[in-house]
Design a protein around this ligand. Structure first.
Ligand code: MN
Length: 337
């Protein structure tokens, strides 16, 4: 028997659900680990792996970039920018060929959530299913896919899963997510929400959420379909990325500058409620990758060291100009009709 360490992206609902589902699958289906531990991972500037991240007898990565480290035994990801380099992609492809009879590393960028991806892999490759987790998977898809019915639903946080998302995305307590992970697949989301340690985490966050709405209302502006804001003078460890669209519903994209204890961040997103046809929208992952960041087609981020604020501001201005120009190009054919 051995200890299995699971590397999870920090402050990510789908990441926490993925780790929980993976653990339950591994315990019930593979069943050879004596204990499960969780290591949180930040989207660090430079995105380099550190071998010290892989501290278990066996190690898993869920919902995060590929590592060619020989210490990785399991990997699941659905991010378009899952590979840091062509070498990593080739390494993965070689590994897949080598273990074609019993693969333990899986990648499919068509999945909305990594949680849903792990559930399907567990069923299709290992014959393991957990019908009680349908609700969790549905919410991981809603949240990671940003498929909320409205900006009001996303910002109002009426559903238990939405409140858990808020607690996960905003926590700075390194013990919180590891403590939460096992509960996500062992009881209902309502029961998890009612845990005292979750309520203690959540209440101040809900109050902060209201203050964030007030702050962004005073900072966000929209021009040519692009919402911009700069809150680098108000250090924050996370705010709801839907507030700008709730405040300025005409915005198609958002380019926001913020600062946390460890990075300056340029958040780039597409309104989940935009009526612009999908084939006219920018590929945000591709834009962010040009500046050393990454993400999905609709949402991404670029991280810089904390002290590189002027450079972050320059990049944000370039990305904003590119998104405005794209919007204007797309409007031309319609206008000339
Ligand atoms: Mn994900």
């Amino acid at each position: 028997m051995f200890g299995l360490s699971c590397v999870v992206p920090l402050n990510c609902f789908d990441g926490a659900c993925s780790a929980s589902l993976f653990t339950r699958f591994h315990r019930e289906c593979i069943g050879n680990a004596s204990e499960y531990t969780y290591g949180g991972l930040m989207h660090r500037a430079g995105n380099q792996w550190d071998e010290a991240d892989f501290s278990g007898d066996q190690n898993a990565i869920v919902d995060f970039k590929y590592s060619p480290s020989p210490h990785i035994n399991w990997w699941f990801d659905h991010h378009q920018s899952a590979f840091l380099s062509d070498e990593d992609r080739e390494h993965f492809e070689r590994d897949q060929k080598k273990h074609a009879d019993r693969p333990q590393k899986f990648f499919d960028p068509l999945y909305v959530s990594c949680t849903g991806f792990i559930a399907d892999v567990a069923r299709d490759h290992f014959g393991w299913d957990a019908p009680d987790l349908r609700d969790l998977i549905r919410w991981a898809n809603v949240i990671d896919g940003a498929k909320f019915e409205s900006a009001e639903a996303a910002v109002g946080l009426a559903a238990p899963a939405m409140k858990l998302m808020m607690a996960i995305e905003s926590t700075t307590d390194p013990e919180f997510i590891p403590r939460l992970i096992p509960l996500l697949t062992s009881q209902s989301l309502v029961a998890t929400l009612q845990e005292n340690f979750v309520q203690d985490q959540l209440q101040p966050r809900l109050e902060k959420h209201q203050r964030d709405i007030t702050l962004l209302r005073s900072r966000a502006a929209v021009d040519a379909g692009v919402i911009t804001f700069d809150i680098t003078d108000q250090p924050t460890e996370g705010y709801s990325k839907f507030i700008p669209y709730y405040l300025l519903p005409e915005g198609v994209y958002v380019v926001g500058l913020s600062k946390s204890s460890f990075r300056t961040k340029i958040s780039v997103g597409t309104s989940p409620w935009t009526t612009v046809p999908a084939d006219h929208l920018a590929n945000i992952a591709a834009i962010c990758e040009r500046y050393g960041g990454g993400g999905h087609a609709r949402v991404g981020a670029i991280s810089l060291p904390r002290d590189q604020e002027p450079e972050a501001r320059r990049i944000a201005a370039e990305v904003t100009a590119e998104l405005k120009a794209l919007g204007q190009r797309n409007r031309l054919p319609t206008d000339s009709l």
